[in-house]
Design a protein around this ligand. Sequence first.
Ligand code: HEM
Length: 423
Amino acid sequence: MRLDPFSGPYSRDPATTWRRINATARSISYDDDLEMWLIAGHDNVRTVLSDTARFSNAATLAPITALTADAADILAGLDAPAVAVAADRPQHLRTRAILRALMPATAVRAEQQWGPLVAARTNDLIVDMKVTEPADLMHFAVQLPLLVIHDVLGLPTTAAPQVRAWTDDFAELVWGNPSPEAQIAQAYSSVTLWRYCADIVNGRADRGDYGPGLIGELLRYRNNDDSNLTIAEVAALALNIVGAGWITTAGALGNALAHALADPGRWAQLADNEHYLNLHVEEALRHSPAIDGWLRLTTTDVTLDGVTIPTGGRCLVLIGAANHDPAVYAEPDVFDPRRGRAGQHLAFGAGPHYCIGAALARLELTTALRALAGRLPDLAVADGFRQQFKTSAALRQLTRLPVRQQPPGRCPIAHGTTAGPRS
Ligand code: HEM
């Protein structure tokens, strides 16, 4: 079976490929082009993500596309210790437990800790939006989580545009299909991002002034004792959070906005119907997960669903296909916020590596959708919009979401033949 994640059709509409994969008898197969095992099926994906003993995270951040020797040499400079998403036990459990203790896991606690800052960032971005002209809503979808993750970590937002560029390069290097020339630049960016995090953490530790945000809290937890956390581990956790924190949420917010704007009825409900708002967010996470493929490496021969994956088998875990498994979701390609069981989606993973930032991501999604729909009730997708995602085997982020203020009395669905995502 082939996934072909770097092709035009997949970047326009991955759900068509998931439908084909879900319709085949074998939910686990080897992709000769990617040289990876494809794991589909809701049960299989949940099992693989949860079974950290047999499916390792050691190569989760290793590039899918083979690197040139020069690019690999440069990337070797990213010598961060393995923590959280890049680690296996016991290192994973140790570093995750520290993050767990410092980061809210429930909606109520996330609102208490981060609600005001997310609301303030949302408000400022809306005030700055100029929708008298057609605008690209992906700018908002990127800026909100980018700025919020800087606030959460206690990083200066002056460097946010640079951090964005470095993270984009890292994501393209790991989950994209870059040319040899692009690999060199992206490898430099990845190492620079790591050194940026390391310099900030080292500087604060040296001064004994640990500073604000999660970095400050991690340094205080460290308490100058390497047996609690080393300085390098604090920096690696900051890198993990910066990497995981904004790019995923930008994709999820863009996808949730596109689904919302595809139907004026949905947009109107988001402003004042909290129940619908939460259902909409969960269905967007299910239907269009921002991470729809994720990597694992087998530590032993594993037989799953009748197929044996040998030791050292690289697996691409198809979260998107799992979220469209017809055995779990009736008419899975239809965007239906009122369907049952949407909450069983695997958008945030499953088991020991389950997303640490899920509560923050949900807070950002609900805050942004509520505020945008309330303040800009006449927003509509620009005529002629066709969804196009960045090319990636893992991340699903729209390249653009052009919007305009809808003239009074005009319905975008009735008039726009191509407006809105398939939903
Ligand atoms: C909608 C947005 C997000 C999505 C779709 C998402 C998705 C995921 C997924 C699928 C995993 C599991 C990885 C694995 O099994 O190896 C994960 C883990 C993780 N996420 Fe998120 N994430 C999002 C937002 C965030 C945010 C906002 C943060 C930070 C504040 C964050 C931090 C992390 C971390 C640190 C891990 C690793 C946890 C561990 O290995 O124990 N994520 N995320």
